[in-house]
Write a protein that binds this ligand. Structure first.
Ligand code: URA
Length: 210
């Protein structure tokens, strides 16, 4: 007798077979995400690009190579983190995913987060930051900082593609990775305490930014 697919596998299959938005027509394949489904750290990018659409894996193109290098620099193994995107299918010509595409894909992201329960969720660039923090985003102010929402801990960083276009951003990406590493090695209690204490949006590293 065949076993029913488990929750994680059926989520993956649903993503791969999804036709909830027009991106299903232009994609080669959906890109659900890669990595252990009990990872402590989850990275969420924007949407797959050309290479990702071909390989079915997130962050395998040039931006992905830079992400891997940034992780290695602070001793985080890429294989130990879960990597996905706010939108699971490639938008044509790599345009930004629309609000309705993001909304159509959101339940998949929420289910991945619910299943993985990562300690820290890294928002890679503007699109996932806008999507998950539900705020208008000024990356210049928000990168390198920690935000607590609905019991979850988020860390915002620039998209590595920004570092490819503008080399002067690479040191900032490297500094933010150091901050992320520090956050991972910190006691997880402050997130809950801050939330329970009804403090405004937490700025864990605000002193370092000043
Ligand atoms: N950029 C993203 O945001 N996601 C990918 O998977 C690749 C590039």
């Amino acid at each position: 007798m065949t076993q029913p697919p488990d929750e994680w596998e059926s989520l993956r299959q649903e993503i791969c077979e999804c036709h909830q938005c027009p991106l299903a027509k232009s994609r080669s394949q959906a890109v659900p995400g890669v990595g252990p489904n009990d990872a402590q750290l989850m990275f969420i990018g924007e949407a797959p690009g050309r290479q990702e659409d071909i390989k079915g894996e997130p962050f395998v193109g040039a931006a992905g190579q830079l992400l891997t290098k940034l992780l290695e620099q602070v001793g985080i193994k890429r294989q130990s983190v879960f990597i996905s995107n706010a939108v699971k299918c490639r938008p044509p010509e790599n345009r930004q995913p629309t609000r309705s595409e993001r909304a159509a894909c959101r339940p998949f992201l929420d289910r991945q987060l619910q299943y993985i329960q990562p300690r820290v969720i890294v928002l890679v660039g503007r699109v996932p930051t806008e999507t998950l923090l539900e705020t208008s985003v000024r990356m210049g102010e928000m990168h390198g900082r920690v935000y607590h929402r609905n019991g979850k801990t988020f860390f915002v960083m620039y998209h590595p593609a920004a570092g490819l276009y503008n080399q002067t951003l690479v040191p900032t990406l490297e500094e933010d990775m150091q901050k992320l590493k520090k956050l991972l090695h910190s006691d997880p209690a402050p997130a809950e305490e801050r939330e329970q204490g009804q403090l405004p949006l937490s700025e864990f590293f605000s002193e370092e930014k000043k």
